[in-house]
Design a protein around this ligand. Structure first.
Ligand SMILES: [Zn+2]
Length: 497
């Protein structure tokens, strides 16, 4: 094993290279690529879109920006860049800007190296300490970002104000030899953007017109909402011009990917509590709520619908099931589709409404989303399955007074008389003889599915009952005529149903 490196002399003799941070990240990425190691662990669904662009930007040693709507893992990607830094780097002890002992840039460190020479001790900085993040807001100042003169420091030490020892360093110099991330770049005031441009242009920072220049070594990364970023006047053109790569993020494309993200992020395995078993159809409906919301014209597309919506929704869904299990003394916590309606508090705040949505109200919009999400998942799972027996039971006047706190045993007993319902529940993937909580959840799913399709109705007072339109439901003969082929002028056949 090599002798520990404790002094500047040791460091010099070790032959360890002094690399700019972008080169260091590039080298480590190249090594990972060659070894076939996973890049950006925990980032799901970006393998063929975002990740290749990110890799290219890093290989090119670019400063880059991630453009995407909220909740598209932008911050997570940026924080993941620390994995590409060396585990630790040598620094001059006590230097606020983490000077390289081999190439110090601040006056104090240069003086110290000259004074102490090879005997100067060195310190090690771990990679997590080399990532600095700032949310841009209009009130961020140059002093916050770059730094300021500290007159008290100067007075105490009897120093001239133009001496850099009087400096109070801002965030950017403190990120020297690391990664500096600015979120929501367009919210930064114009003059701060000019300051950033100078840093990108000259590679150094100048503080308040004082003749103090620091040749900083930083990887600058940004995030922005695409519409804000491209809007005229939000970003000064020369700054835009200096950002090497623009990379677009996106929401999960498939429900499967979305479920994997939510499974990874949501807190559902609750230590010390009862066992939790979340049926797949509950996970799918929760995810589908977000997909529906992103496509709904009552919801503002420019601000997007974050992946945090399904994540926090699933957490509340599990909590509602947990609450029911605790109240009823049930061992197994099994969420039901009805629990998703109890998760409205995690949905209504996650989107901005368009005018039409405002008229309907956030809560009603959220209820509509859940209902149509249930309908979509139900139709997918029950395609070609005959549900008529169950619907007819309601049409003949049957009602089921159920609520989201009904114990599993009671739910099963109450629904026992509904012919065909247990068979349908089995179709939701619950094996015969399963825990009552699982069976109850599957029955709940079938009832909610029929309700979503408006084949039965549901109210707080009566529970489930016949659809209000049952009396006017077309007879089988009428249905046939609706489904008949219709000849359209081009001669092609088209089926309406
Ligand atoms: Zn220094």
């Amino acid at each position: 094993m090599a002798a520990p490196i404790e002094t500047l002399g040791d460091l010099r003799r070790s032959g360890a290279p002094s690399r700019p941070v972008k080169q260091e990240i590039r080298d480590n990425l190249v090594r990972k690529l060659q070894a076939g190691e996973p890049l950006f662990p925990g980032i799901i669904g970006f393998d063929e879109t975002v990740v290749p662009q990110l890799v290219n930007a890093i290989l090119s040693r670019h400063n880059f920006i991630l453009l995407g709507l909220r909740g598209q893992a932008k911050s997570r990607i940026l924080r993941g860049l620390t994995d590409l830094l060396d585990e630790r780097i040598a620094v001059v002890p006590g230097c606020e800007i983490h000077d390289d002992p081999l190439q110090p840039i601040c006056a104090a460190c240069r003086a110290r190296v000259a004074r102490e020479g090879d005997k100067m001790p060195i310190a090690w900085l771990p990679r997590d300490a080399r990532y600095v993040e700032k949310l841009a807001t209009p009130d961020v100042t140059i002093a916050d970002m770059v730094g300021d003169i500290d007159p008290i420091k100067a007075a105490q030490a009897g120093l001239n104000l133009s001496d850099e020892l009087t400096m109070h360093y801002g965030l950017l110099p403190r990120a020297n030899r690391g990664i500096f991330a600015i979120n929501e770049l367009p919210d930064l005031a114009g003059k701060i953007q000019v300051g950033l441009f100078n840093i990108l242009q000259e590679g150094d920072v100048q503080i308040k017109g004082y003749p103090i220049r620091l040749k900083l070594d930083v990887l600058l990364v940004f995030t922005a909402n695409p519409e804000d970023y491209t809007a005229r006047g939000k970003i000064i053109t020369p700054l835009k011009d200096r950002i090497g790569s623009e990379i677009r993020t996106h929401y999960p494309v498939t429900r499967l990917n979305a479920m994997a993200i939510t499974r990874q992020e949501a807190w559902t395995e609750r230590l010390g509590a009862r066992a939790v078993n979340i049926p797949d159809y509950v996970r799918e409906v929760v995810e589908e709520v977000a997909f529906q919301a992103r496509a709904d014209r009552k919801i503002d597309k420019r601000s997007g619908v974050s992946q945090r919506l399904p994540i926090t929704t699933l957490e509340l869904v599990v909590s509602n099931a947990e609450r029911r299990a605790l109240a009823n003394g049930e061992k197994l916590v099994v969420p039901r589709v009805t629990d998703i309606y109890a998760a409205l508090p995690s949905i209504t705040g996650k989107f901005e409404l368009e005018y039409e949505g405002e008229l309907r109200g956030a809560e009603q919009v959220a209820r509509d989303l859940i209902r149509s999400a249930v309908g979509n998942v139900f139709v997918g799972m029950f395609e070609g399955v005959d549900t008529r027996t169950v619907v007819e039971w309601f049409d003949l006047g049957g009602t089921l007074p159920l609520a989201d706190n009904t114990p599993a045993g009671e739910l099963i007993a109450t629904t026992r008389g509904v012919q065909g319902l247990t068979e349908l529940a089995g179709h939701a993937g619950v094996a015969p003889g399963s825990d009552p909580a699982l069976v109850a959840s599957a029955i709940d799913f079938v009832l909610e599915g029929l309700y979503a399709q408006k084949k039965i109705s549901r109210s707080d007072e009566r529970g489930y009952s016949a659809a209000e339109t049952a009396a006017r439901r077309p007879t089988r003969r009428e249905e046939q005529s609706i489904n008949e082929e219709v000849r359209i002028p081009s001669g092609k056949k088209k089926y309406y149903n």
